[in-house]
Design a protein around this ligand. Structure first.
Ligand SMILES: [Zn+2]
Length: 436
């Protein structure tokens, strides 16, 4: 009796763990013609020789990767000595068998496993084996096929997803790039904020996630909703936010400026600017890296994100970067854009906002002179104002502010050629070139 149980167990292991994967189809029929192992043979573990180490990418789960290789997640967990594969994080290594070639399609509302089997001339059991979960409109369906490609763990039509940097320091910006198998639109939801993705071409979309310096560091979730061909699918991916290091500044302005430190005045000005924070212009006019907003390099006198206390009255954080520029120095546009605001504010002094599209807006405070009007186009490198000491300012300097989807972020990240750690967007001039 014990021997019989042992034999069945050995058969099961052979069936699920050690079968060849090259053909993309089950090599044995459900009735099985596998020769029984010798009675005294210890059940062999999965043949790991063809397995390779895979580093978990963003949004990948071991269960999906196992399924992609035609295996049960338990078998992969056992082979990797994992108690709970769901706990593995991005960057962890896991050994996997080679993936089976797969064709990915999206399920339509009237699709059933049987309808898909008939449509693609496949046995029903094979459709069910690769897609054990119930179908719904927009769900990614995996099928074996002659023109098969390696499957992905992302839902159809998303074929690849990149995010960088990861983890992202609070106060900085993360860039998401999606590749899709057919033209698609998408929306990204994070921190109770929903933002559109913007198209790069027929197969690529991008989205920006701007994070406040005041948010808590930790593990967050980003929900991505993709629409294509009348279908909608949504999935979530993790976003790790690290704390970063921010300083503290105690500023004691002269008495004449103290009336400007009134919390009501500060809040009123913030509320006034809220309307501009909500503006989203789809057309991207910026390119990485951004141009420096002054004609020459000058030292930073106050960094972005520093916690601030104005004479102990107003607490908050520094929402931009202060450059030690002298009065009258020209201020230059870091990218092409349109003037959103050009007026005198009480605390910010003479202020200009430039809209660069794709969710990116830059701001310039305390100017001595403004040379542009609302609605005017500016070009990258074009002078549009002069540095000054207007508003709540204790000396001539340029306060450079950047909003990503309405959130003030560290603009200096965008000055680096590698702002998004290896991930970049195509230059603007290649986007409008028609395909020959
Ligand atoms: Zn400042």
């Amino acid at each position: 009796m014990r021997r019989k149980t042992w034999l069945i167990l050995a058969l099961c292991l052979t069936f699920f763990c050690a079968r060849p994967v090259a053909a993309g189809r089950l090599p044995v029929t459900p009735t099985s013609s596998v020769a029984p192992p010798a009675v005294d043979e210890v059940p062999a573990p999965a043949d790991l020789s063809a397995w390779t180490a895979h580093t978990l990418q963003w949004g990948e789960k071991v269960g999906c990767l196992a399924q992609r290789s035609g295996m049960d997640v338990t078998a992969v967990a056992e082979a990797n000595r994992l108690l709970n594969p769901a706990l593995l994080g991005v960057g962890s290594a896991v050994n996997l068998p080679p993936p089976e070639p797969r064709l990915l399609v999206a399920a339509h509302a009237d699709d059933t496993p049987l309808a898909l089997a008939v449509k693609h001339n496949l046995p029903l059991w094979e459709v069910l084996r690769l897609n054990p979960a119930p179908l719904y409109a927009g769900k990614s369906v995996q099928l074996p096929g002659a023109e098969a490609e390696t499957g992905t763990c992302l839902p159809y039509p998303v074929s690849a997803l990149s995010v960088s940097p990861q983890p992202v320091t609070r106060g900085r910006t993360a860039l998401f790039v999606l590749e899709t198998a057919e033209p698609a639109a998408c929306e990204i939801r994070y921190l109770e904020q929903s933002e559109p993705c913007y198209p790069l071409d027929d197969a690529h979309l991008y989205a920006l996630v701007g994070l406040s310096a005041l948010m808590d560091a930790g593990a967050y979730t980003v929900k991505i909703t993709v629409q294509s061909d009348g279908l909608e699918t949504a999935f979530t991916v993790p976003l790790d936010v690290s704390a970063g290091r921010y300083g503290f500044q105690y500023i004691d302005p002269p008495g004449a400026l103290s009336k400007l430190m009134d919390p009501e005045l500060m809040q009123g000005e913030l509320d006034y600017l809220a309307a501009w924070r909500a503006i989203r212009t789809p057309e991207r006019a910026w390119e990485l890296p951004l141009a420096f907003p002054l004609p020459q390099q000058v030292p930073v006198s106050a960094g972005y994100g520093d916690r601030r206390s104005y004479g102990g009255m107003v607490d908050g954080y520094h929402s931009g970067v202060d450059y030690r520029a002298w009065g009258g120095m020209r201020v230059l546009a870091p990218a092409d854009g349109v003037v959103l605001l050009a007026e005198r504010l009480e605390a910010r002094g003479n202020a200009v906002l430039l809209d660069h599209g794709g969710g990116l807006v830059t701001g310039y405070w305390h100017l001595s002179r403004i040379d542009v009007e609302v609605g005017q186009h500016v070009q990258r490198g074009e002078a549009f104002a002069l540095v000054g000491n207007t508003g709540l300012s204790t000396g001539a300097h340029l306060h450079w502010e950047m909003w990503v989807n309405g959130v003030a972020v560290d603009s200096t990240q965008w000055l680096s050629a590698d702002a998004f750690s290896g991930l970049s967007l195509p230059p603007l001039d290649t986007l409008d070139v028609p395909v020959q």
